[in-house]
Ligand binder design. Structure first.
Ligand SMILES: [Zn+2]
Length: 251
């Protein structure tokens, strides 16, 4: 049994902790949770974890004993937060096989901006440094996707100073420029041009992140000497297609 206190605990002014439980294979929704109108969605998450414990964790003791002691992932994924683009599910990766960083539109700041504003580090710099320099991952994959809300925000706005999303997606402004150039050259009709322009912007935003990754000295060095490979992917969630490409040093 857990040793967690039953007394309400104060968190911050006006807030307290409730429904504190430990979920394992013996878990069942408590009367306290039901009485407090505990959300069905949260109960579903807890029951899903119970299923994971029973069907995977307890069914594969060798794997999970090994993972409890160490991890040796070969891959780092950087993907969008979009609920339809879950990269480990799409790419069939199991626990222990990949580091995953997710943010709006799978974007990466250039190294010099991260270093200049260390106090505002957004987590990607630290994650890549740990994955590459400490854990020696051999591949970094940036995964973009169709119907991306972040890229829609990038393409539809002119002012990026009014909120947090704007301040973030402006990292991909070079992709917006390329998409405009592409549609300018293509001379398609309006509807097709818009669809193609979005697709170009989504893929070019992945390239912006890949290009920015190469500004990190510990990444550039390993890409040049062959210890690390970087790749782009774009998931078309209407067609169910994955476009994949590699970035390699010019010989
Ligand atoms: Zn997205």
């Amino acid at each position: 049994m857990s040793t967690i206190s039953k007394e309400p605990q104060l968190l911050e002014h006006g807030y307290e902790i409730q429904n504190l439980v430990v979920v394992d294979e013996n878990y069942s929704t408590g009367a306290e949770e039901v009485n407090s109108g505990h959300d069905e969605v949260v109960n579903k998450l807890k029951n899903k974890f119970k299923g994971f414990k029973t069907d995977k964790f307890l069914a594969e003791p060798e794997l999970f004993n090994k993972l409890a002691k160490q991890q040796e992932p070969k891959v780092m994924l950087i993907s969008c937060i979009d609920s339809r683009c879950n990269p480990t599910m799409l790419l069939g990766l199991e626990p222990g096989e990949a580091f995953v960083v997710r943010n709006v539109a799978a974007l990466v700041h250039p190294y010099h901006e991260q270093v200049r504003h260390l106090e505002h580090e957004n987590g990607i710099g630290a994650a890549t440094q740990f994955a590459v320099s400490v854990m020696n991952v051999e591949h970094i994959v940036v995964v973009g996707h169709s119907s991306c809300g972040g890229i829609k925000a990038l393409m539809s706005r002119d002012d990026f100073t009014t909120d947090l999303v704007g301040g973030w997606v402006k990292i991909a402004l070079p992709a917006k420029k390329k998409a405009h150039l592409h549609s300018h050259q293509a001379h398609h009709n309006g509807e097709l041009a818009h669809h193609e322009q979005m697709s170009v912007a989504e893929k070019e935003a992945v390239n912006v992140s890949l290009k920015n990754l190469l500004t990190y000295p510990f990444i550039e060095e390993r890409v040049k000497d062959g210890r690390l490979q970087i790749h782009g992917m774009h998931y078309d969630l209407t067609e169910g297609k994955l476009t994949c490409w590699d970035i390699v040093p010019r010989k």
